[in-house]
Design a protein around this ligand. Structure first.
Ligand SMILES: *[C@@H]1O[C@H](CO)[C@@H](O)[C@H](O)[C@H]1NC(C)=O
Ligand SMILES: *[C@@H]1O[C@H](CO)[C@@H](O)[C@H](O)[C@H]1NC(C)=O
Ligand SMILES: *[C@@H]1O[C@H](CO)[C@@H](O)[C@H](O)[C@H]1NC(C)=O
Length: 365
């Protein structure tokens, strides 16, 4: 008996040693992530842009993880943050913060774990929410390009990095604003958006990006903020809006398929189906720990969607992480955590042709 136990113990520790050697040697082959998009990813860029009125740099944003506002539009971490943690690298700083630190001397060089360029309220069309002073995707790529041209980021680092893109919700949401009547029909508008995404992909590929993840939009027509729009239903999602979202998502997926052939032979691109992932949560809320998948935890008015969280007169729920929506537009940290897990090691209905874990573990030659 004693003998068996001893052998088991030896076997177990041998296994542990081998295991840690393997993970040490293999690890994940990704030093950094470069992030582009809107409030889903913004980690504080807008906070450092004093001209910008789209902000979440006040309480109770950040309260459930960072315990202070960071400029993130949720109660904790975003998808980019969770994926960084899965890979085992620090969370990316907002570009404008890193730039400021370089200028004031508190930082010697740009961070080696990547940079976050995302700006809340921005879109793929440069006109979207221009009046709020947001940084559209074209300016984000220009900021990145400038750093590359000034040799702050090496070609080697770019080749080894992941590139995350998520944008388009604000363009589609703005399409339904009553005060600026759209001049394009829905399909033409979506096509104009996709043309901009194509230019973006073309640009980052030219700059050397090899591992690119384009994330679909979620069901934007279901956000509590739809109550701000005169034509939107309250008792169900806004079907017209979701139809545009689905068309845009289809275009993104087609783009993902041609990136490795057309834009950069030898590159890898994945399509994260966030729309589908969120639908799975909505179909079975309890299973995923949600008590509410309709209302904002933090805000006020119908669906909690009439007032931004943190603004005068806001109300907040007791358990934010039981809500799919943290505020009028944005998921809670719990939702982001579940989405991140699905993107990280999910099957092909959630992310395809490969998941982020596989993408991160590739050795490119
Ligand atoms: C990376 O891939 C190799 C084989 O391709 C596998 O053995 C290893 O477990 C993977 N590493 C991680 C961290 O997933
Ligand atoms: C803010 O606005 C001023 C004046 O329009 C402009 O010169 C400046 O570049 C803007 N700053 C940022 C960070 O966009
Ligand atoms: C430099 O800027 C950063 C970011 O705003 C700030 O946290 C830090 O205190 C500043 N350092 C100095 C020396 O001014």
């Amino acid at each position: 008996m004693e003998r068996v136990k001893k052998n088991q113990f030896i076997f177990v520790s041998y296994f542990l040693v081998i295991n840690s050697i393997i993970s040490c040697v293999l690890g994940f082959n990704v030093p950094s992530i470069f992030i582009f998009g809107d409030s889903i990813f913004d980690a504080g860029n807008n906070h450092y842009n004093k001209n910008c009125t789209a902000q979440a740099d006040f309480p109770p944003y950040g309260s459930n993880f960072f315990h202070h506002p960071t400029g993130r539009f949720t109660n904790g971490r975003t998808v980019a943050d969770f994926i960084s943690q899965f890979i085992g690298i620090p969370l990316q700083s907002p570009f404008l913060e890193a730039q400021l630190e370089l200028i004031n001397g508190s930082r010697k060089k740009y961070p080696s774990n990547g940079i976050n360029f995302a700006s809340a309220g921005s879109g793929v069309l440069s006109t979207t929410n221009q009046d709020l002073g947001v940084t559209p995707i074209q300016d984000q790529i220009q900021q990145f390009k400038t750093l590359v041209q000034q040799n702050h980021i090496t070609k080697k680092q770019i080749q080894q990095s992941l590139f995350f893109f998520e944008s388009g919700s604000n363009d589609i949401f703005s399409y339904f604003y009553p005060f600026d009547a759209p001049t394009l029909a829905p399909n033409a508008y979506v096509q104009a958006m996709l043309d901009q995404v194509t230019s973006f992909v073309d640009e980052i590929c030219k700059l050397g990006a090899r591992r690119i993840a384009l994330f679909s939009l979620g069901p934007v027509g279901c956000v509590p903020a739809r109550t701000l729009l005169p034509g939107a239903p309250i008792d169900k999602c806004y079907g017209k809006m979701n139809k545009m979202v689905k068309n845009y998502n289809m275009g993104l997926e087609s783009l993902v398929k041609i990136i490795p052939t057309k834009y950069y032979p030898g590159s890898f691109a994945v399509f994260g189906d966030v729309y589908k992932i969120v639908q799975i949560f909505e179909a079975n809320p309890k299973h995923y720990g949600f008590s509410d998948v309709t209302n904002a935890c933090c805000g006020d008015g119908t669906l909690g969607g009439l007032l931004q969280c943190g603004k005068e007169g806001y109300k907040i729920c007791a358990n934010p992480n039981e809500y799919l929506f943290w505020d009028y537009f944005h998921p809670s940290e719990h939702t982001y955590n579940l989405i991140s897990k699905a993107l990280w090691n999910g099957i092909h209905t959630k992310i395809r042709p490969i998941n982020l874990k596989t993408l991160a573990n590739m050795t490119l030659t």
